[in-house]
Design a protein around this ligand. Structure first.
Ligand code: NAD
Ligand code: UFG
Length: 334
């Protein structure tokens, strides 16, 4: 029996493939490569020394997807495939609803058709909207504030309805905080297409000299140094959280929700300071007004995942900054 990973060629999915393979699981990857590259599949094989089936298929293609489920013995699905750019989702909401929600429904139908009833879904801390307090617990009110976030929230609701209608399902919803970093080997990591929006890829662009300085969005937040605070989590910790979640949901049907974060918040200035110190590079920066839609502080209460999954993040901010830069130097420096 294999575990099928949708979006397994992407940033988080590729790290999850490595962790599942390293733990001895058989996997199958389905990805249409809309935001990734075929070479990642070979890189996963290089790192792990293991082979697996890869299907270059769009999960919205119901016929092909159902064929994959018929052709293979699938135990469970880890569902990463989807679009993730908040700004783009505001400009092109239909593209996001179609791919994220349409893709998930097509996937759930294919699973149902082949009696596969175990799924772990990539949700996001974005479903908490603007939290009234931090740290954020799983039972906080949910309120997405942009189309991307709404797709995540709607998918969570679809999954809950599915479980309510048929209590045989085993469903794990993982709300990620801010994944950064890369595999220690420097072979796989985050390779954003176009101009990145997120902090760590932008810090790396400045360190590479592609950008003159980093724009720091806002220095008047009610935080220690006035810049935004986030819960950055090493992508390998996050990937391992999926194994813990899969092994948990396997035991008993249910609808389970977990935050995957470290529980620690770091400011933009702390990220810049740490990145400079551990990598010996300079990150010039300039303050700009707040970015619309940003919250002051967002970090997880990770207790539920620790208590119920026996999982907790172990990598430090230093590790995250070192590993992110190691990947960039090996893959993107001219
Ligand atoms: P990514 O873009 O690197 O990976 C997504 C993968 O899915 C890509 O390889 C892409 O080609 C594939 N894909 C997209 N649509 C597809 C489709 N219709 N059929 C088949 N494959 C498709 O993104 P990521 O950072 O690895 O994120 C993975 C998941 O985690 C996404 O669902 C994302 O919304 C969620 N998430 C990411 C973050 C983050 O900061 N990276 C935070 C919270 C949640
Ligand atoms: N920031 C800068 N300059 C930049 C980029 C970011 O100062 O060039 C700041 C932001 O203002 C914020 C922090 O760095 O304070 C982190 O910003 P990111 O864009 O890296 O991450 P966000 O927390 O804003 O967004 C992430 C994901 C979204 C998800 C959201 C909520 O990228 O997909 O978390 O979970 F919706």
């Amino acid at each position: 029996m294999a575990i099928l990973l949708t979006g397994g060629a992407g940033y988080i999915g590729s790290h999850a493939c490595v962790e599942f393979l390293d733990k001895g699981y058989d996997i199958i990857v389905v990805d249409n490569l809309v935001n990734s590259d075929k070479s990642v599949i070979d890189k996963i094989k290089t790192i792990t020394g293991k082979d697996f089936k890869f299907y270059e298929v769009d999960i919205r293609d119901k016929e092909k997807l159902q064929g994959i489920f018929k052709e293979n013995k699938v135990e469970a699905v880890i569902h990463f495939a989807g679009f993730k750019a908040v700004g783009e989702s505001v400009l092109e909401p239909l593209k996001y609803y179609d791919n994220n929600i349409g893709g998930t429904i097509s996937l759930l139908e294919a699973m149902k058709g082949s009696n596969v009833n175990k799924i772990v879904f990539s949700s996001s801390a974005t479903v908490y909207g603007t939290p009234k307090t931090v740290p954020i617990r799983e039972d906080f009110p949910l309120d997405a504030i942009n189309p991307y976030g709404r797709t995540k929230l709607m998918i969570e609701k679809i999954l809950k309805d599915l479980y309510n209608a048929d209590k045989c399902w085993h469903i794990g919803v993982l709300r990620y905080f801010n994944p950064i970093g890369a595999h220690k080997s420097g072979i796989i990591g985050e390779k954003p297409q176009g101009i990145p929006n997120n902090l760590m890829p932008r810090v790396c662009d400045v360190a590479l000299g592609k950008e003159k300085e980093l724009t720091v969005w806002g220095n008047d937040y009610p935080t220690g140094d006035g810049t935004g605070v986030r819960d950055y989590i090493h992508v390998v910790d996050l990937a391992q959280g999926h194994i813990a979640a899969y092994e948990k949901i396997l035991k008993k049907p249910g609808y389970y929700v977990y935050n995957l974060g470290t529980g620690k918040g770091y400011s933009v200035l702390e990220i810049i300071e740490t990145f400079q110190r551990v990598n010996g590079v300079k990150i010039p920066y300039k303050f700009y007004p707040r970015r619309p839609g940003d919250v002051a502080k967002c970090y997880a209460d990770p207790d539920k995942a620790r208590e119920e999954l026996g999982w907790e993040a172990k990598y430090t901010l230093e590790d995250m900054c070192k590993d992110a830069w190691n990947f960039v130097v090996k893959n993107m420096a001219q």
